[in-house]
Design a binder for this molecule. Structure first.
Ligand code: C2O
Ligand code: CU
Length: 527
């Protein structure tokens, strides 16, 4: 594992500014450290029951943690109607996991075996999809591989977590309704080496649409085309989230866009973000940005250094997301020290074109901490050999309008899109072409991919499972199914698009001989 040493550089003059400033990577020195084994392989016998820790873990979310011991993490999740307290005294009738929105944050270590006793206490079928976890297709919770859990029934999810990083879980049945009503939660998997930070916050970015009675509004066919946007921005289910900080401390923020359709562009009121990880864990190198665009489904981890003076506050903002139809050419504005954030240029219009507060950082009165080093275990990623591979074309389209809008992949709508095929060990190159006037976040189940180019060109190599494909643009990805043959879903993560046709299956087989195992795709239960 390569470890790059980041040195925090604080300039005395900045201390008066009530803002957060990022640690800056200076003199990156690489040391080769002996690969440490996953910690858990030997101690898997003890069934440790995950505890729900009180009401306030970091960032005010409830946690399910492996209480110290390594090995088996066992806990219960129940999907059930419940209250969602948006702000003090403002309760929404919602759908919850274990009674909270977001659902409990699941914390585990790489190598842990998770056992989740799931109960569906909703009045409709549901599943849990473990977004980003490399698990077997039977446990993936997608309609391609799991029959939905009927109301009143239970299902036991069992899998081993293989990768460190920030993931999330959500239903894969009637998602646009169930997720809008609050069914989602975060998964944090720790690796053998983690940066030593002063605080580690999961920040689940969402929006929710309220009606005149201040309850969650019903849906409309007008939501299909753009996807459902909300009229309140929430972080960890709150419109008024506050994070406590001490001046000078370094915090790790794990951003997850759990919204139905909204792209979030986030930035600090003053200061920058140091991106250290994306969907599939640590990137190859850090990059410093003014702001970050998160498509629905995306995760980024950033380090933030509290540069505000004791007793002051600063804010994380939701910045305007400009409509961009063209993914072509260098037309976009570039700003910031990094200046490389190509994705920012390709957002779509949001309801408000002004900046909105997402959360407040409140500095304690304590004296500023001294600067110190934070070591981030950046991973060196294999470069996939794509020479001579014929790209697979995945063309995202739409047809019809209004209430009858359908979204397509290669001209057909789910469940009638012919499955794509891949063999275990065979590198895939996909050209994802967006032939529509709106953006689509492309999500692949089961495997991480690298973005090779196109309009989502990335300045540093990283593993992704979700990528923004701008309107009229295209993105090239490569991945190699390393095992786990089966039926995997890929789809647009704007939930309304996925439900109205922009979804399909990838059939991964052990060898080419078993190709005729193709059976008609299972119909989504709500269609
Ligand atoms: Cu997060 Cu198939 O989804
Ligand atoms: Cu879409």
């Amino acid at each position: 594992m390569n470890r790059l040493r980041l040195t925090q550089t604080l300039r005395a003059g900045r201390w008066r500014v009530p803002s957060l400033l990022l640690i800056v990577a200076t003199g990156l020195s690489v040391c080769s450290c002996k690969e440490t084994n996953g910690p858990s392989s030997e101690h898997r016998s003890a069934g440790v029951r995950g505890e729900t820790t009180g009401a306030r873990g970091p960032s005010q979310t409830v946690e399910l943690v492996n209480s110290g011991a390594r090995g088996v993490v066992e806990f219960s999740l129940e999907a059930r109607p419940g209250d969602w307290e948006l702000s003090p005294g403002h309760r929404l009738q919602a759908l919850t996991y274990n009674g909270t929105v977001p659902g409990p944050t699941i914390r585990a270590n790489v190598g842990d075996n998770l056992v989740i006793h799931f109960k569906n206490s909703l009045t409709e079928p549901t599943t849990i999809h473990w977004h980003g976890l490399r698990i077997s297709p039977e446990m993936d919770g997608a309609p391609a591989s799991q029959r939905p859990v009927a109301p009143g029934e239970t299902f036991e999810y069992r899998f081993t977590v293989r990768d460190a990083g920030t993931f999330w879980y959500h239903p894969h049945v009637n998602e646009s309704h169930q997720m809008e009503h609050g069914l989602y939660g975060a998964i944090v998997v720790a690796g053998p080496t983690e940066p030593k930070v002063d605080a580690d916050h999961v920040l689940e970015l969402d929006d929710v649409r309220l009606d005149d009675a201040d309850q969650i509004a019903g849906s409309s066919v007008r939501d299909i085309r753009p996807g459902r946007y909300g009229n309140r921005l929430v972080v960890n289910g709150k419109t008024d989230l506050e994070i406590a900080a001490r001046a000078g401390e370094v915090q790790r923020w794990r951003l997850i866009n759990v919204a139905n359709a909204r792209y979030f562009r986030v930035g600090l009121e003053s200061g920058q973000l140091q991106v250290i990880a994306s969907d599939g864990g640590f990137a190859e190198a850090p990059r410093i940005v003014d702001d970050l665009l998160l498509a629905p489904g995306d995760r980024y981890e950033v380090l933030v250094t509290g540069m505000g003076a004791p007793g002051t506050t600063t804010r994380l903002l939701s910045l305007p997301v400009q409509r961009s139809l063209g993914g072509h050419g260098p037309g976009g504005r570039r700003t910031g020290m990094g200046g490389h954030h190509a994705r920012r240029r390709h957002g779509m219009a949001s309801a408000e074109e002004t900046s909105t507060r997402l959360l407040t950082v409140r500095y304690s009165e304590a004296s500023p901490l001294r600067q110190r080093d934070v070591v981030v275990p950046f991973q060196s990623l294999p470069s996939l050999n794509i020479e001579g591979i014929t790209p697979t074309i995945v063309r995202l389209g739409d047809r019809g309008c209004c209430g009858r809008a359908r979204f397509t992949i290669n001209g057909a709508s789910h469940p009638n899109v012919p499955a794509l095929h891949a063999r275990v060990g065979e590198t895939q190159v996909w050209h994802i072409i967006n032939d529509t006037h709106g953006p689509h976040p492309f999500h692949l189940h089961g495997y991480f991919f690298q973005v090779l180019g196109g309009n989502a060109e990335q300045p540093v190599r990283a593993w992704e499972d979700n990528v923004h494909v701008p309107a009229g643009g295209q993105v090239q990805i490569a991945f190699r199914p390393e095992g786990r043959p089966g039926r995997w879903l890929y789809h647009c993560h704007i939930l309304e698009h996925g439900e109205h046709g922009m979804a399909a299956e990838l059939l991964v087989t052990e060898d080419i001989g078993s190709r005729d195992a193709t059976a008609p795709a299972q119909q989504k239960p709500h269609e």
